[in-house]
Ligand binder design. Structure first.
Ligand SMILES: [Zn+2]
Length: 87
């Protein structure tokens, strides 16, 4: 289910519940919750390596920056989590 489908279902929540389709409503809420969660900036976890100083996404562990090169991704390329690089 994508976000557009989730929103369409939630627009009709009462109809879906009356039809007994509570699971679809729950899945739609879950999808939107996950999408909203990714808009919240997270402080990346610092993980030191022998040759490298990679910064990892706190949600999925994907590399989201290279400190030594001054490269900091705005979003995780793997899961879409928004990053927080401020103090
Ligand atoms: Zn991620």
């Amino acid at each position: 289910m994508d976000i557009t489908q989730a929103m369409e279902i939630l627009e009709d929540t009462e109809v879906m519940i009356l039809k007994g389709d509570k699971i679809k409503v729950k899945v739609a809420l879950y999808e939107l919750f996950n999408a909203a969660k990714k808009q919240i900036p997270w402080k990346p976890v610092k993980r030191m390596y022998v040759d490298n100083n990679e910064l990892k996404c706190p949600m999925c562990g994907e590399t989201v920056g290279f400190k030594e090169y001054g490269v900091f991704y705005e979003y995780c390329i793997q899961c879409g989590q928004k990053m927080f690089w401020g103090g």
